[in-house]
Design a protein around this ligand. Structure first.
Ligand SMILES: Cc1cc2nc3c(=O)[nH]c(=O)nc-3n(C[C@H](O)[C@H](O)[C@H](O)COP(=O)(O)O)c2cc1C
Length: 185
């Protein structure tokens, strides 16, 4: 089983990462984590290469991610909420999925991406507005042929209570692990 996790947090030991660590400790199989703030992935520049050609003209770490997306079993989007959205750097990475969109709508190409399960983990210092980032995360998951998406896991009020001390969020992550494929303990 192969899982791709897209981490939208800049904080090495922040709330998102603490929930990602909890998830990876429970998940079976091979896991690839892309740290949106540290990876070598540039944003899409709308060069329109992919309107007519397969793949993407930008030769960076995203090329590996495209391959991983083709045959992985699960994708998890985990992010803090910034101004009621996923973080900008995560959206930069997400923008590179434009070639997958163009395959369908411009190139009329069958992409052969394995259908997969998905999950979304969101953390925020605020009061729990997740509609926008959740919708964006689902859009990105859909572009990666991920339609079987588990109930969103969120932790709010992280300024006061760290996500790892939020019982509901931790239990949510445990359920996500079972849904995607947990280790036999
Ligand atoms: C630029 C910025 C914008 C933010 N906007 C929101 C917001 O709209 N809603 C919210 O609940 N929290 C917001 N926060 C708080 C973060 O989501 C919160 O601190 C989160 O726990 C950080 O996650 P991390 O530790 O994984 O990086 C914002 C924080 C920053 C730095």
């Amino acid at each position: 089983m192969k899982t791709l996790i897209l981490n939208g947090s800049p904080r090495k030991n922040g709330d998102t990462v603490s929930l990602i660590k909890k998830l990876t400790s429970e998940l079976e199989g091979v896991i690839k984590i892309i740290d949106a703030y540290r990876c070598d992935i540039s944003p899409c520049i709308d060069c329109r290469y992919c309107w007519k050609n397969s793949g993407c003209a930008i030769n960076d770490e995203m090329q590996e991610v495209y391959k991983y997306i083709e045959d992985c079993d699960n994708i998890v989007i985990a992010s803090p909420i910034y101004f009621s959205e996923l973080t900008g750097k995560l959206l930069d990475v997400g923008s590179r999925l434009q070639t997958l969109f163009c395959a369908k709508y411009f190139r009329k190409e069958d992409l052969n991406i394995k259908p997969k399960k998905g999950a979304v983990i969101l953390v925020g210092g605020g009061d729990g507005r997740i509609e926008k980032p959740y919708e964006t995360a689902c859009t990105l998951l859909h572009h990666m042929n991920c339609y079987d998406i588990y109930d969103v896991v969120c932790s709010f009020n992280t300024n006061e209570v760290p996500a790892l001390e939020d019982k509901q969020a931790v239990e949510g992550v445990e359920s996500v692990a079972r849904f995607l494929g947990a280790k036999n303990k």
